[in-house]
Design a protein around this ligand. Structure first.
Ligand code: GLU
Length: 471
């Protein structure tokens, strides 16, 4: 029988869900889905000074938006102190951990001395062999690291990584205020939650030999590890706000589709031939650590934008009609609670999706379908709304006023009659009309635009353009 895969995402709620965290969550989620396993969400909030409930909410919001639903949790470490205590007692009882009474001043002084004499700056083990407690001092608990030999991490991505045990410190597992520390809680939870694979950023690789020692001291089998490559900005520095938005929900605000971001995130470290666009089903089917490289991944906002445009093109008009509403409100194109005819909106979106890279761009382009009035771009107005186009616009308006059927074919006939009368080309008429209809010079095909905007608004806009020329 093969073991049931159990993985976890274990964020510390000291900030929003960011690109790196989301990538870690996604790789865990994919690995679980691919293997019919279980994905657990665990909030590592033992650092009470930096963790907040708002950040917990924000992380959950980000994961839900990305569609990374978990099967168990969210667990909170601050609700599990009794469990950690049990394991710490066990380590103390078996002599694998000890109380340490050294004050921080003493430690600081010994550290300075170590530096000046060129000795390793780690805890010197002074309290390892104490027989009696020191009175009136609140001790910490330290884990007894082996001083000799090596600890090997067999990483699914990094391969065989060897650590010399003499480099490992007798780390504190319980602070003097009674709170347990990260390396202890993470091991206890991974044991207690029966985690089979620890998948996390490679900034944790250095903690792994320490954690392996704790597993062994507790007599538990060590899970498999997969440390994901770092994410860098284009200048090869660690990804930070300087490189663009790093919070996941900022991408929601900017009009990205969650699946586009997921598709982008998965390629930060993983590849499958030279395929770039994947459905979620394909990702689940193809995902494995065989295709995760150990080289750092570079965050490329232009590629993310390109992917988003692909997802917009491939999304149904119906779905986009739902997704664009909050952006129409945000851009003040419609007011809150105002509703648009869905069929009509879907038709308008169909003419714009090939040219919209984000939902904001889509919303902004919809402005000229929806608004009562259009604002002219100064250059476009100067170039196309002039004496030369005035008569064309007047005749077109007259022609359009005479028909009820605003079908593509009928519109084409009216345009043709006007261009023939004046002996001009279609584009000599279409560009001024485009400025009259949208305020600018770029828009979808002029006939579909007019068809969707409809008779009433079209006549009003042509009229306004003629007036603008005359003014
Ligand atoms: N809480 C840790 C962090 O947010 C993750 C620990 C782990 O995955 O082992 O960096």
């Amino acid at each position: 029988m093969t073991e049931k895969i159990r993985v976890r995402f274990a964020p510390s709620p000291t900030g929003f869900l960011h690109i790196g965290g989301a990538r870690t969550a996604l790789f865990n989620w994919l690995y679980a889905k691919h293997n019919n396993g279980t994905f657990i969400l665990r909030i590592e909030d033992t650092d009470r000074t930096r963790s907040t409930d708002e950040y917990i909410e924000a992380i959950i919001e980000g994961m839900k938006w990305l569609g990374l639903e978990w099967d168990e949790g969210p667990f909170r470490q601050t609700e599990r102190f009794d469990i950690y205590k049990k394991y710490i007692d066990k380590l103390l009882e078996t002599g694998k951990a000890y109380y340490c009474y050294c004050s921080s001043e003493d430690l600081e002084e010994r550290r300075r001395l170590a530096i000046s004499t060129g000795k390793p700056q780690k805890y010197d083990g002074r309290c390892r062999h104490l027989k009696e407690p020191v009175k009136e001092v609140n001790p910490v608990v330290r884990f007894k690291m082996p001083h000799h030999g090596q600890t090997v991490v067999d990483d699914l991505i990094r391969g065989h990584v060897v650590f010399e045990n003499e480099q490992l410190d007798d780390l504190i597992i319980l602070r003097s205020d009674g709170t347990p520390t990260y390396n202890l809680t993470v091991v206890v939870d991974d044991v207690d939650m029966k985690i089979t694979h620890v998948i996390r950023g490679d900034d944790h690789l250095n903690n792994t030999p320490r954690q392996i020692q704790i597993y062994e001291a507790l007599n538990y089998s060590v899970p498999k590890f997969a440390h994901l490559p770092m994410i860098l900005g284009s200048d090869k520095a660690r990804l930070s706000k300087r490189h663009g938005a790093t919070s996941v929900m900022a991408y929601y605000e900017m009009g990205y589709l969650p699946d586009a971001l997921v598709n982008y995130l998965v390629r930060l470290g993983w590849s499958y031939g030279d395929q770039e666009v994947f459905t979620k089903e394909e990702l689940i089917q193809y995902f494995s650590f065989d295709h995760v490289g150990s080289a750092a991944a570079v965050f490329n906002p232009e590629k993310l934008l390109w992917l988003n445009s692909q997802y917009i093109i491939n999304a149904s008009n119906e779905k986009l009609a739902e997704l664009v509403i909050p952006f129409l409100i945000k851009e003040r194109i419609i007011s809150e609670g105002e509703s648009l005819d869905k069929e009509w909106l879907m038709k308008a979106i169909g003419t714009l999706k090939e040219r919209s890279r984000t939902l904001i761009e889509l919303a902004v382009s919809l402005r000229y379908y929806i608004a009562e009035e259009v604002e002219y771009d100064t250059k476009a107005k100067e170039k196309f709304l002039n004496q030369k186009s005035r008569d064309l616009l007047i005749d077109l308006k007259e022609g359009l006023a005479s028909i009820e059927d605003f079908s593509h074919q009928k519109l084409e006939e009216i345009f043709k009659a006007v261009t023939e009368k004046h002996g001009v080309k279609l584009k000599d008429l279409a560009q001024p009309v485009r400025v009259a209809m949208t305020g600018g010079t770029a828009s979808p095909g002029i006939f579909e635009l007019i068809e969707i905007v409809g008779k009433k608004k079209t006549l009003r806009r042509l009229e306004k353009a003629v007036k603008a020329i005359e003014a």
